[in-house]
Ligand binder design. Structure first.
Ligand code: SAM
Length: 516
């Protein structure tokens, strides 16, 4: 054991690297990125042993600067949310952008970790471990919060890239952070060598992927392909998954496209193309962030007697819900796609193709057809879709919608009425399948907003609650969790502008149901 001299010991880079058991190179990286308490003295890094010890046990306060020993506290690494301790909190996903694990991949129309945490605290009965389901798991907000609380989590996600991110996060408790750090060192060396030798990469751009302007500029694409060579040769599944998640999370940032919030060319958004970028450094930075989060998450889950487990199905819930045992779910927290035609599949085309998750546009079509509500583009030209839930006022609304802008054919009300009818039919399928999965008295919370189609407002939250009631749920409450939500740019896009005369407020509701 180290003798305690009462004087804080100052370590050189090699001593500090040996102390925390990483390579000197890794330590240098971490110090430069301010992920570890360190100070530069001249050209050399110096480390306080006590600060490193505190950092190792989870006190992040020293991350940005070396911590004088007398100011140090050894804190439980519990993430603090600035919102009320329980109840139905703000759902905005933007809050996730700087949260451990949640920050790995931004995902449109997700919800915040604190919202899910609030619901779990609200519904917890005694200390019992809960079985939590998210049928539209996205990048795993519900699953991660459930695991943090020591609960068991199950998710379905149809988008292969989101499902991969969700699975990687949900398994973070089991990853070997040291092995990942070593891989990151190799990744850096590989990048430097490949690019300095100017060698041709073995990977090639995905054949089935077409874009209006070159997705990557030539110098950027050369690095992307070298990066893909590295990922391809990786044989450990979870390491490969993490590299793919990281690459997908940042790939649009060095492409000639951007999200506004749908994917479009940078030129179209008035931004210059990206001709040069340091792809290896950008991917590596993302991976270091993930490495750091894995350590924090492992300390959180270590508090529980058993490491909580998660299962992620990269499948459609509507087709595979039966994989979840009947009447086994205590709590379901989810946010299905909204009736705003946000096209998750089109918006992740680059990820799906460049990560080899689809090969052709017919693969994309298969995902589109199996998606909840499908998409306006998929159903607008088909035969008239009959509404299945027994809601006469919705039938009237759909008729009114069908009569709007008839001269535009399927681009007018007719196409949108088909889309809305498919959407509400899927709400009914969802409720029927879910009723069967829930324990008697189990809680279902569905976050959903209102929508405007061709100038007609659909109070989707209230309609959804009525459908749920018809399928045997009790309505507990409709909590208005956001009085105003973003997304006007989607609603007001040229195809949908239609006859909106006055601006309708867009809100978001958490529909709380009880399985009777
Ligand atoms: C609003 S997002 C959910 C985001 C999630 N709450 C989060 O925080 O990441 C809806 C998700 O449903 C997925 N989805 C659509 N249809 C599905 C289906 N039939 N089965 C499973 N997932 C589906 C979409 O790919 C999308 O990721």
């Amino acid at each position: 054991m180290r003798e305690d001299t009462g004087i804080s010991e100052i370590l050189t880079r090699s001593e500090a690297a040996a102390f925390i058991r990483v390579s000197e190179k890794t330590l240098g990286e971490m110090a430069r990125a301010r992920r570890i308490p360190a100070q530069k003295v001249g050209r050399e890094w110096r480390f306080l042993r006590t600060a490193l010890e505190a950092w190792l046990v989870g006190d992040d306060s020293g991350r940005m600067k070396a911590v004088p020993p007398d100011e140090m506290t050894i804190a439980e690494p519990v993430e603090q949310y600035s919102l009320p301790l329980s109840g139905f909190r703000d759902t905005a996903f933007s809050e996730n952008h700087d949260r451990t694990l949640h920050r790995w991949v931004p995902w449109i129309a997700g919800f915040s970790g604190s919202f899910v945490a609030g619901v779990l605290e609200e519904v917890r009965r005694g200390g019992r471990r809960l079985r939590v389901l998210d049928p539209f798991a996205g990048v795993g907000t519900t699953l991660i919060e459930a695991l943090k609380h020591g609960d068991e989590a199950i998710g379905f996600e149809i988008n292969p890239y989101a499902a991969l991110a969700c699975k990687a996060k949900a398994r973070a408790a089991h990853f070997d952070a040291e092995m990942l750090a070593a891989m990151l060192d190799r990744f850096e060396e590989y990048g430097e060598e490949k690019l300095s030798l100017n060698e041709r990469a073995e990977s090639v751009p995905p054949k089935g992927f077409a874009s209006r302007v070159p997705f990557f500029s030539p110098t950027v694409e050369r690095q992307v392909l070298a990066c893909q060579d590295f990922i391809e040769q990786e044989t450990t599944d979870w390491v490969k998954d993490l590299f793919q998640v990281a690459f997908g999370a940042v790939m649009v940032s060095f492409s000639n496209y951007s999200y506004e919030p749908s994917l479009g060319t940078r030129a179209g958004a008035g931004k210059p193309d990206i001709d040069q970028a340091d792809v290896f450094s950008i991917v590596k930075r993302k991976l270091w962030e993930m490495h750091e989060d894995i350590g924090i998450f492992q300390r959180w889950t270590a508090k529980h007697k058993r490491t909580p487990r998660a299962r992620v199905y990269p499948l459609s819930y509507l087709d595979h819900a039966r994989r979840v045992k009947s009447h086994s779910i205590d709590v379901l927290i989810t946010s299905p796609p909204y009736l705003n035609n946000y096209h998750y599949v089109r918006n992740t085309r680059p990820h799906l193709f460049w990560l080899g998750m689809v090969q052709s546009s017919s693969d994309l079509k298969t995902i589109e057809h199996k998606s909840f509500g499908q998409f306006w583009q998929t159903v607008r030209a088909g035969p008239e879709v009959t509404l299945r839930p027994n809601l006469p006022h919705l039938v009237e609304c759909l008729e009114e919608l069908r009569a709007r802008n008839m001269e535009k054919g399927v681009y007018g009300g007719r196409g949108w009425a088909n889309y809305a009818a498919v959407y509400f039919n899927d709400c009914q399928r969802f409720c029927a399948l879910t009723k069967e999965r829930m324990r008697p008295d189990g809680t279902v919370v569905v976050v959903i907003g209102n929508n405007i189609l061709q100038g007609i407002e659909f109070q989707t939250d209230k309609l959804f609650a009525e459908i749920a009631e018809q399928e045997g749920f009790d309505i507990v409450a409709l909590h208005e969790v956001r009085k105003k939500r973003t997304g006007n740019s989607i609603v007001n896009s040229s195809v949908r502008r239609g006859t909106v005369k006055q601006r309708t407020r867009l809100y978001e509701t958490a529909v709380e149901l009880r399985a009777a």
